[in-house]
Design a protein around this ligand. Structure first.
Ligand code: FAD
Length: 460
C-alpha cells in the first residue's frame, strides 16, 4: 500500500500518530503539506506566522530527508490537491490529525467524500494537536465544560496515550512532484524579533525548559521582566511539539512548578473543547451578550494609540511594543492590554483579537478569541466584572520597571515608581520626556464600565 500523511498544524516527526499509522504495513508514504489560499483568506496569512511556518516546513523536510524521505508541498484547494497527489502516487489511504474548528470540519467532510469517490479511505487521528480530544470529557448535562476548574479535574484524570518515537525510515515514492518550500526571507513585514520555528529547535527549547526553568514556573510565570514562561506557544500552535509528549515528560508530583505548567496546558485543551462545541464563539459573545461597546469612529484615536503602544500607561505600551517587535507577548501583558482595551477604553474585544491575530506568531483562533472573551467578560470567566488596574499591576509584576524600560526607550532614564507614572514628574522633568500623557482617566473609565454593567443587569 501507499499512504498519504497530510500535515496541517502538526509539523513534526516525533509523536505523530498519523505518520506512524501510515507507515504501518505501507510500502511508501507521501508526506504532504498543502498551502491552501482559503486558509490564508480566513485570516491565517499574518506575516509572522507565515515566516514561522516556512521555518517549520524546512525543518520537517530536513527531518524527513534524514529518514530517506522528503516533504511534498503543493499549493491550491486542499481537497483537490490531496486527490491529485493520491492519483499521482496511486495511494490507497490518507491519514491526518483531527482538527475541531468549523472550517476544518467542513473541509474534512469534503475530503472524505472526494476520496471515497476515488476509492480511498481517510483516517483521522485524535490527540495529535491536543492532549485530550475535544468532546471526550463532558459534564453530565452539556456537550462541553464552560468552567475551567471542573474541566481541569476531569482532564487530570484522563490516561494519556503513550508518546510515539519518530520513525527510523520514511520511504517516499519518486513520482510525486513538489513545489519549492516557502522561505522566511521571501515574506515581507515580519516582526524584527520573531523567534525561529521548526521541530528541532522546539525540542531543544522544551528540553532546556524542562531541565531548568519549569521548577520555578509557579513563582515566576507572572514576572514580566523575568520572562520566565516557556515561550513554547508557537511550537504548540504549529504542532512542532506534541502536548502529549510534553505532558509525559513533566512530573507534576515534582513540585508546584511542573504542576502549574501542566495546568496551563490544560487551559489550551479547555479552549479547544469550548470552540469545538460552540464554533460561533470565534466571533460572537460566548456567554453574556454585550452590545454597548464604543463605536469604532468614536474610539478610533484610542484604538490607534493602543495598537501603537502610545496610551500613556507605560506597562500597556511596553506590552504592545513587545507584540509588534517579537510577534509574541507575555501572558501578563496579554491580560493587561486586553483588559485595558475592553474595560478601560471600552472597545469591542473583536477589534483587539483581530489586531493580536495579525501579529501573534502563536495566534490561534481558540486560544486568542476565547482568552479575549475571558478578559472582556463575555466568555468563560466566572468574575466577568473584574478590571485590571494597569498601575497596581505594573507595580506588582514589574516592580523595578525593567520591563517598561526594555520596551519604552523614552522612559529608560526613569526609575520606579516614576517609570510607571511619568505624568507625576515635576514640570521640567516631565517636559524633557517625549512620551504621551494618559489617554484616559482610570477612575472615570472604571465608573463607565461599572455603570454599563449595572445597566445591562437592570435591562436583563
Ligand atoms: P507558558 O506560560 O509557558 O504556558 C505553556 C503553554 O500553555 C503555552 O505555550 C500555551 O500553549 C498554554 N497556555 C498558557 N496559558 C494559556 C491560556 N490562558 N489559554 C490557553 N493556553 C494557554 N495563547 C496562544 O497560544 N495563542 C493565542 O493566540 C493566545 N492569545 C491570547 C490572547 C489573550 C488576550 C490572552 C489573555 C491570552 C492569550 N493566549 C494565547 C494565552 C497565553 O497568553 C499564551 O499561551 C502564553 O502567553 C504563551 O507563552 P508561553 O508559551 O511562554 O506560555
Amino acid at each position: 500500500t501507499i499512504s498519504i500523511v497530510l500535515f496541517t498544524s502538526d509539523l513534526r516527526v516525533h509523536d505523530h500518530p498519523p505518520l506512524r499509522a501510515a507507515l504501518r504495513g505501507a510500502d511508501a508514504v507521501v508526506p504532504l503539506f498543502v498551502r491552501d489560499p482559503a486558509v490564508d483568506a480566513a485570516g491565517f496569512a499574518a506575516p509572522n506566522r507565515l515566516a514561522f511556518l516556512a521555518d517549520c516546513l524546512s525543518d520537517l523536510d530536513a527531518n524527513l530527508r534524514a529518514r530517506g524521505g522528503r516533504l511534498i508541498v503543493r499549493r491550491g484547494d486542499l481537497v483537490d490537491e490531496v486527490c491529485r497527489v493520491a492519483a499521482e502516487a496511486h495511494a490507497d489511504e490518507v491519514h491526518m490529525a483531527a482538527d475541531h474548528s468549523s472550517h476544518a470540519h467542513r473541509r474534512e467532510g469534503r475530503l472524505r467524500r472526494a476520496l471515497q469517490a476515488q476509492g480511498l479511505r481517510l483516517f483521522v487521528h485524535e490527540t495529535v494537536r491536543t492532549a485530550v480530544a475535544p468532546g471526550s470529557v463532558t459534564p453530565a448535562s452539556s456537550d462541553h465544560f464552560a468552567v475551567f476548574t471542573p474541566y481541569f479535574q476531569r482532564w487530570s484524570q484522563q490516561v494519556l496515550r503513550e508518546p510515539l518515537a519518530a520513525p527510523r525510515a520514511v520511504p517516499v515514492p519518486d513520482a510525486v512532484g513538489s513545489e519549492a518550500l516557502p522561505a522566511r526571507g521571501d515574506i515581507a513585514d515580519v516582526s524584527p524579533g520573531l523567534a525561529e520555528g521548526g521541530e528541532s529547535l522546539g525540542r531543544r527549547q522544551a528540553t532546556d525548559w524542562l531541565r531548568t526553568e519549569v521548577s520555578t514556573y509557579d513563582d515566576r510565570h507572572d514576572d514580566l521582566p523575568g520572562d520566565a514562561t516557556s515561550r513554547l506557544s508557537p511550537h504548540l500552535h504549529f504542532g512542532t511539539l506534541s502536548a502529549v509528549e510534553l505532558l509525559h515528560r513533566l512530573r507534576p508530583e515534582h513540585g508546584p512548578g511542573p504542576a502549574a505548567f501542566v495546568r496551563q496546558l490544560a487551559w489550551r485543551d479547555f479552549h479547544q473543547q469550548v470552540l469545538a462545541a460552540r464554533p460561533s464563539a470565534a466571533f460572537s459573545d460566548y456567554r453574556s451578550r454585550h452590545d454597548a461597546w464604543r463605536g469604532t469612529a468614536e474610539a478610533h484615536d484610542d484604538i490607534e494609540a493602543w495598537k501603537q503602544g502610545r496610551t500613556g500607561y507605560p506597562v500597556i505600551d511596553a506590552a504592545m511594543r513587545q507584540l509588534a517587535h517579537e510577534g509574541w507577548m507575555h501572558n501578563r501583558g496579554r491580560l493587561l492590554t486586553a483588559s485595558f482595551l475592553t474595560k478601560t477604553l471600552y472597545v469591542d474585544w473583536r477589534i483587539g483579537a483581530r489586531h493580536f491575530l495579525s501579529l501573534l506568531v502563536d495566534g490561534d483562533v481558540a486560544n486568542n478569541q476565547l482568552n479575549w472573551q475571558w478578559m472582556a467578560g463575555t466568555g468563560t470567566d466566572t468574575r466577568p466584572n473584574r478590571v485590571l488596574n494597569p498601575l497596581t499591576q505594573a507595580k506588582r509584576h514589574d516592580p523595578d520597571g525593567d520591563y517598561v524600560r526594555r520596551w519604552v526607550p523614552e522612559l529608560e532614564g526613569l526609575r520606579a515608581p516614576a517609570v510607571h507614572e511619568p505624568w507625576k514628574l515635576p514640570g521640567l522633568d516631565r517636559a524633557a520626556i517625549d512620551y504621551p500623557d494618559p489617554i484616559v482617566d482610570l477612575a472615570d473609565a472604571r465608573d463607565r464600565f461599572q455603570r454599563s454593567r449595572e445597566h445591562a443587569r437592570g435591562g436583563a
